[in-house]
Design a protein around this ligand. Structure first.
Ligand code: EPU
Length: 431
């Protein structure tokens, strides 16, 4: 089984290019189902979740050509199946976007109940509520969600809570519905705007994405498009924290600085130097940082997907920090792993972590329990004394393109190892 081995202590210095946003790419791929014409999608990150979704769309009968590592051409005029339930799709969260797209186009969809990283209960009641309001019947049969409708008709939908997935999914389903759908209390994340822009470039009529209310006038059909996915806000934030944790100096390139403001503000507040350029951000970790308070919130608040990386940053900051997770109910499982590395973290009530900064972390063998926690543990290893082995790196590979390669280019000591012999070789090389 593949693992990462990391030798800590080297400040990460240099430039890193950020890939396309996974959480925008996934619904954008699903949106290509909504037209019979060819859609070209560029700047796709080459990560496992994206590749699994591309394969699942191909299994439905779509004609997909990869014209480059980050570009696909998708033609869905010959879709023969509305059922997605293969082994891999079962394990990912974003499979639910196939529901919205298949239901929108074919008025019927059968998709495995979504899996994904285990961050606590991850209900999809708001997706189902939205589909039902548009006129669909939705049921569950043998591990699959089955949705069907004679026709979809635009309605006024007020979400009980803000959900990224439900906002996008109803947008996908309502684009070809009759009449107007008004969605209130929607998510405002950059990838919501990106999906709306992509759909509009296919002829959809969506207004208000990025605000609390989205209005969708249903259209009869959509046409092909060429679309480039926005840069990944969370990958960018992860490298920004890498500069802070390793006391390094990283120019994070190909980003939209506006999307990073919550992260930029926190890093600045704890004592990093942060410079913003048109499409880049430079972070310098200036020695000992200060502790702070963080609460994860929906955009434009501090993103939950940056919570573990920021907690690792605070593990060696001065004084006491408090991190409150308000989006997911079980996103601190990695605290035990970090404790093995010498961090002083107490999790109270499942969603509040109190972090007493320690002088330095120490290498250990740890488990990547989910995608972002896994990336955070790699950062911890890069800032720690000695060697860290990170197990279960398949989680990290779900969402970070070329993670070890990008870190190595910045001067980090990290390698993928298969066995004890590889570990010995790495230690010999980096001794
Ligand atoms: N929720 C409900 N009912 C619903 C939908 C959500 O109760 O119908 C709850 C969830 O249980 C959760 C909260 O609302 O507690 C937020 O869920 P949301 O729907 O916003 O998140 P998601 O669509 O499941 C996406 C990303 C996550 C990211 C969150 C929040 C994808 C594939 N996943 O998940 O990304 O953390 O939004 O921004 O886009 C990651 O990339 O590592 C990741 C976990």
């Amino acid at each position: 089984m593949e693992r990462y081995i990391v030798k800590g202590g080297a400040p990460l210095v240099g430039e890193v290019g950020i890939s396309g946003a996974k959480n925008a790419a996934l619904p954008i791929l699903a949106a290509s189902i909504l037209t019979d014409e060819t859609v070209t999608i560029d700047n796709l990150p080459d990560v496992r979740d994206v590749n699994v979704l591309i394969d699942a769309i191909a299994e439905l009968g779509a004609n997909i050509t990869r014209t480059g590592r980050h570009t696909v051409k998708i033609n869905c005029s010959n879709i023969t199946s509305i059922c997605a339930d293969n082994e891999y799709i079962k394990r990912m969260r974003a499979s639910y976007y196939l529901l919205g797209s298949l239901l929108g186009k074919y008025k019927r969809a059968e998709v495995s109940i979504p899996g994904g990283c285990n961050l606590g209960t991850r209900a999809i009641d708001q997706h189902i509520k939205g589909f039902k309001l548009l006129g669909a019947k939705v049921g569950i049969d043998y591990g699959k969600i089955i949705a069907g409708a004679e026709e979809l008709v635009g309605r006024h939908i007020f979400f009980d809570m803000v959900s990224v997935g439900a906002t996008i999914n109803i947008m996908l389903a309502a684009t070809l519905a009759k009449g107007t759908t008004i969605m209130e209390n929607v998510a405002k994340e950059p990838h919501i705007v990106d999906v709306a822009n992509m759909l509009n470039s296919m002829g959809a009529n969506i207004k208000g994405a990025g605000t609390d209310v989205i209005r969708i006038k249903g259209v009869e059909k959509l046409h092909g498009t060429e679309y480039s996915v926005i840069p990944d806000q969370i990958e960018a934030g992860t490298f920004m924290c890498a500069a802070a944790v390793t006391k390094g100096d990283i120019l994070v390139k190909n980003v939209i600085p506006k999307h990073l403001e919550a992260i930029t503000a926190k890093l600045y507040e704890i004592g990093c130097s942060v410079e913003e350029y048109d499409d880049a951000v430079r972070v310098i970790g200036l020695g000992k940082l200060n502790g702070t308070q963080i609460k994860t919130l929906v955009y434009p608040g501090f993103p939950t997907d940056m919570q573990p990386q920021m907690t690792v940053t605070l593990a060696t900051a001065k004084g006491t920090s408090t991190v409150i997770e308000s989006i997911f109910d079980n996103r601190f499982k990695y605290a035990d792993e970090l404790t093995r590395m010498g961090a002083n973290i107490k999790v109270e009530g499942g969603n509040i972590a109190v972090v007493e900064g320690v002088e330095t972390l120490k290498g250990a063998e740890v488990n990547a329990l989910d995608l972002r926690a896994g990336a955070a543990l790699v950062l911890a290893g890069l800032g720690a004394d000695g060697y860290t082995i990170v197990d279960d790196i398949h989680y990290i590979q779900r969402g970070y393109e070329d993670f070890p390669q990008k870190l190595t280019k910045l001067g980090g000591n990290i390698a993928v190892v298969q066995n004890d012999r590889d570990i010995k070789k790495f230690k010999f090389k980096t001794a």
